[in-house]
Design a binder for this molecule. Structure first.
Ligand code: GAL
Length: 998
């Protein structure tokens, strides 16, 4: 039973007591005292057990120390509970508005001194920028009030409770679970505690309570409409923008007339021009950074400063492996700079307002921001039923409205915020409609977004998540009457009159996503489509240690949670340790704002930016012969305006007769910016200028005689028809490899497998692969035969309890003085699934020294797959075996390099073997993977540290790989990039380190 002191945990009212109205988070010269730092802390297992603070006289004997801000489950080495990860599920019974008696409750306490002079303050406020989930505050034994809304700011009036001098005590009781938890069911870790700043504010008499500088921009002219909230005694109030010569004095609140500024530069995500402004009364000066811009919807276009915006955005959660959602400004700034370097231009603050400083950084570095309210009730979605959903229940109306008010009021001054979002995955209902109505009335300029309003009853833009490419195309196509999700034809027609965006797409879990380029292409064909926001920016791994002290990034289930959603929280474009994934490199290439088209001896340069011309860029070219630079220079490109193209002459390209010739062009930053050094590559393209050279034909041999003995062929040695050594080094193989360690997308069941006969909803590709035994193939040798300079084997490969098979014919021969291996892979009839790969595997035991590196000429530098090839360029690359793999949180397929021409394997920097890959008769080139573990070993490990010690390197040469897709949460691999069982040929020339020895 909750005690009388704890009954409020099931109260749907958002707050009680002396809470002040929501207002902007302002930079002010009024005195402030940070209460961050060491607090005393005690954790109780229930809300009821802890005695009332006022009655108990605030004894903190036996308490421990805890830092503020922090989440208690990430402090105290597990003594204070552990993080819990769930996606949709509630980690407590669904019994709204009640929560279990087992309700970890943290009591915080600290002393503070009231600074000299504060006694003159008209009011003393105590501000909490973020506490999860419900908290109650006492100052000097006086109960002040309580509040919920974990990622929202709350200011309490503590004027009458504080006293002059050192002897003040603040106590805060925080409950992990409360009625508010039903509104905070976002897909993330549940992390209780005071996790953002606590600040004491002295509010001067005649101070400025709130300011809103709403700006507009039109053709070089700026406009400021100010709203000043202050006591009449605060006037006159003066707005100053020294750089623009603005000094505007307002005598009363009602006389706050708009200010017109003749010549300003606009703010945009590309050119985030800010002007320092102050708003002062006699008692207080507030500092703001003003950006001039006008947001509007015209027809089905979303425009800023009259120009259409395309979001190349990321969903950004606040996540850090050690701090959780505790804000670290230096880390956040670096994270945003990284976004800029990867051509990200927009952020959706999924699914709550971030730390307020994040928006200062976004204004400064330049991002279009969709600012989302802290609201999600996804756990009520029982298969679309939504019974009891708080967003459609009057009992929760006040809480919903309080949340949107706190969201809009806190961040309304930011030019970067171009849209408000009511929340995420909260069904639909009257409270959401009321939130939208409140927002429209308060801020008529910025559109209101909410994806769950499928029919568009109360929102201004049409938004969807994980729509497939064909669906998105139909949404964008004029005249299309294809049904839209959840809409009658009439509602669908209405939705098509609005700008469309994908608030989430391209689920970046593990290896993937594929098909980014297909989405991007649509945006340029259908102007109603305004791009979208990748799900999501970062993995949320939490740094943990195994029993023996090995560090790793933990995900759901690693903390013994009762219910959890595994590694679904590891779906970022950036790994937990800040390392960009290959998917992020792909994103950068796909959305690059400058596009190049080669046209004879000219280059078309197209500027796809919103409004910036190209004068910040320098253009370069280089020519490589088989990956070696032979010529380079600058390209003269006069500034190209946004939306325009220019054609410039290309240099004369020296073409090699006996090597591949590639021309590369690049747009790079001409000067350093706040987020990248001069020379940083913004966009690039390549053109193949090679002369076509014949591929040596294979020789047909006759006169094969059975032979199972031991013999040598060039640098190869065989026993019983099987390879034992190459150039003196132990090597076995080739063995057919059809399996890849399933990616999270391969394991996904989200959308139907397009184009496969075996397309069963709820059945993943990986399940079908395991059913067919691709991970446990066995071999029966059918024939071994040889001639004087060739060896031929034929194998039948199949799995236990399966009649399906593949015939593999391998022919080793010496051609033009070099060892050649030709492998013909031919599936028998009956295979019905897609295959992950068609390749052969060689094992290279460490022996005298491990094969630990690769040099290659082909596509690189990052891994690539058929539907994720845009970041790959043709060139020469080298990497250590460890760096060939991406560090996905759950081991899975990684490291495939496509378009291989030549590969040198190295050991400790010394060349070991050279392989040349010949294209097949259709000109297709294989790819390679060099790894310390087999696909089967990778598939068995849930975390990298679970992989066994390895004494072998594994080289897989793939004739083909299956695409990636994004089926972990979204569409499967597009049919064109799905690999179906089919006959393939591999041809390799292999030489030893000393090419003459071959
Ligand atoms: C969406 C949701 C996100 C996240 C994603 C999957 O439905 O809005 O919060 O759960 O799916 O990772």
């Amino acid at each position: 039973m909750p005690s009388e002191h704890s009954a409020y945990v099931s109260d749907t009212a958002p707050w009680r007591g002396a809470l002040r109205p929501a207002r902007s988070w302002l930079h002010s010269d009024a005195p402030a005292l940070s209460l961050n730092g060491d607090w005393r802390f005690r954790l109780s297992p229930t809300a009821a057990v802890a005695e009332d603070f006022a009655a108990a006289g605030f004894d903190d004997d036996g308490w421990e120390g805890i830092p503020v801000p922090a989440h208690w489950v990430l402090e105290g080495d597990g003594a204070w509970g552990r993080p819990i990860y769930t996606n949709i599920q509630f980690p407590f019974p669904i019994d709204p508005p009640h929560v279990p008696d087992e309700n970890p409750t943290g009591d915080y306490r600290r002393r503070f001194g009231l600074p000299d002079g504060w006694s003159d303050a008209e009011r003393v406020l105590l501000r909490f920028d973020g506490v999860e989930s419900l908290f109650k505050v006492w100052v000097n034994g006086v109960e002040i009030g309580s509040a919920s809304g974990s990622r929202l700011a709350h200011e309490f009036d503590v004027t009458s409770a504080v006293r002059p001098g050192e002897d003040n005590v603040v106590a805060v009781r925080v409950h992990q679970w409360s009625a508010a938890s039903y509104l905070e069911d976002q897909d993330q870790w549940w992390l209780p505690g005071i996790f953002r700043d606590v600040t004491l504010l002295a509010r001067p008499a005649g101070g400025i309570e709130d300011v809103w500088l709403r700006t507009g921009y039109d053709d070089g002219r700026g406009r400021i409409e100010a709203e000043i909230t202050a006591d009449p005694s605060a006037f006159p109030v003066t707005l100053r923008i020294p750089e623009l010569g603005v000094e505007q004095v307002w005598r009363t609140a009602s006389d706050v007339a708009p200010v017109e500024v003749a010549a300003v530069r606009p703010w945009s995500a590309e050119q985030p021009r800010l002007y320092d402004a102050t708003v002062s009364s006699a008692a207080e000066t507030v500092t703001l950074r003003v950006g001039f811009r006008t947001v509007e919807i015209r027809g089905d276009r979303f425009l800023v400063n009259g120009r259409r915006v395309v979001f190349h955005g990321m969903n950004r959660h606040e996540a850090h492996p050690e701090r959780g959602r505790v804000f670290d400004e230096a880390h956040a700034r670096e994270d945003l700079a990284r976004m800029k370097r990867f051509n990200v231009n927009a952020i959706r603050t999924s699914h709550y307002p971030p730390h307020p400083r994040l928006l200062d950084l976004a204004d400064e570095l330049g991002f279009w921001v969709v600012l989302e309210c802290d609201l999600e009730t996804h756990g009520f979605d029982n298969d679309g039923d939504w019974t009891g959903n708080p967003t459609d229940d009057p009992a929760w109306r006040a809480a919903c409205l309080d949340r949107i008010e706190r969201t809009v009021e806190r961040d309304k001054n930011h030019p970067g915020v171009v849209m408000w979002s009511l929340g995420n995955e909260a069904g639909t209902g009257v409270n959401l409609a009321a939130m939208a109505a409140w927002t429209h009335a308060r801020d008529p300029e910025r559109p209101v977004h909410y994806e769950g309003d499928y029919t568009g009853d109360y929102t201004d833009v049409y938004s969807r998540m994980y729509a497939t490419v064909p669906e998105a195309e139909q949404i964008g196509t004029d005249g299309s009457d294809a049904p839209l999700l959840g809409c009658t034809p009439a509602q669908g027609a209405r939705q098509r009159t609005k700008p469309f965006l994908l608030c989430e797409y391209a689920h970046a879990m593990g290896n993937g996503p594929g098909a980014l380029d297909q989405y991007e292409e649509l945006v340029h064909r259908h102007p109603r489509l305004h791009g979208g926001f990748v799900w999501e920016w970062r993995d949320h791994g939490i740094l943990a240690r195994t029993a023996d002290g090995t560090p790793y990034h933990a995900y759901g289930g690693d903390f013994g949670e009762v219910v959890h959603d595994g590694n679904f929280v590891m779906d970022g474009m950036v790994l937990s340790d800040d390392v960009p994934t290959p998917g992020l490199h792909e994103f950068k290439a796909v959305v690059q704002p400058i596009r190049f088209a080669f046209d004879g001896d000219r280059l078309a340069v197209t500027n796809l930016r919103h409004s910036a011309d190209t004068s910040d860029l320098a253009f370069r070219w280089r020519v490589e012969h088989d990956g070696t630079v032979v010529a380079s220079g600058d390209l003269e490109v006069a500034p190209v305006a946004a939306g325009e193209s220019a054609r410039v002459p290309l240099p004369a390209v020296p073409v090699a007769p006996d090597a591949e010739t590639w021309l590369t062009v690049e747009a790079v930053l001409a000067a350093a910016t706040a987020w990248a050094p001069a020379g940083h590559e913004v966009a690039t393209a390549q053109q193949d200028r090679s002369v076509r050279r014949p591929v040596p034909a294979g020789r047909r041999r006759t006169g094969w005689l059975p032979d199972e003995g031991t013999f040598a062929l060039g640098i190869a040695e065989f026993t019983g028809g099987s390879l034992t050594r190459l150039a003196g080094r132990a090597v076995t193989g080739p063995r057919l490899e059809l399996f890849r360690a399933p990616t999270d997308n391969d394991e996904g069941t989200s959308d139907r497998l397009e184009g496969s006969d075996d397309a069963l909803p709820e059945v993943s590709s990986a399940q079908l692969w395991r059913r067919d035994g691709l991970d446990r193939l066995t071999t029966r040798r059918i024939a071994v035969a040889r001639t004087a300079d060739a060896l031929r084997t034929v194998d039948r490969v199949s799995a236990a309890n399966s009649a399906l098979s593949v015939t593999v014919e391998s022919v080793w021969s010496v051609e033009d003085g070099e060892l050649e291996l030709r492998v013909e892979i031919e599936p028998a009839r009956g295979w019905r699934t897609v295959w992950p790969r068609i390749g052969v595997r060689f094992e290279l035991p460490d022996g005298t020294g491990p094969v630990d590196g690769a040099d290659w000429f082909g596509l690189g530098p990052h891994e690539s797959y058929p539907d994720s090839l845009r970041a790959a360029r043709t060139g020469r690359f080298s990497a250590d075996v460890g760096d060939l793999a991406a560090g996905y949180a759950r081991p899975q397929e990684t490291g495939h390099r496509s378009g291989l021409r030549r590969l040198t394997l190295t050991s400790g920097g010394t060349e070991v073997l050279h392989l040349t890959a010949l294209p097949d008769t259709r000109g297709r080139r294989p790819g390679f993977t060099l790894a310390r573990h087999t696909p089967q070993q990778l598939a068995r490990a849930a975390h990298p540290h679970e992989l066994p010690e390895s004494a072998t390197s594994h080289l897989i040469i793939d004739a083909a790989q299956h695409g990636l897709g994004s089926r972990a949460c979204g569409p499967d691999v597009w049919p064109e990039f799905a690999l179906r069982p089919e006959a393939r040929t591999l041809r390799l020339r292999i030489t030893g380190a000393d090419p003459h020895a071959g």
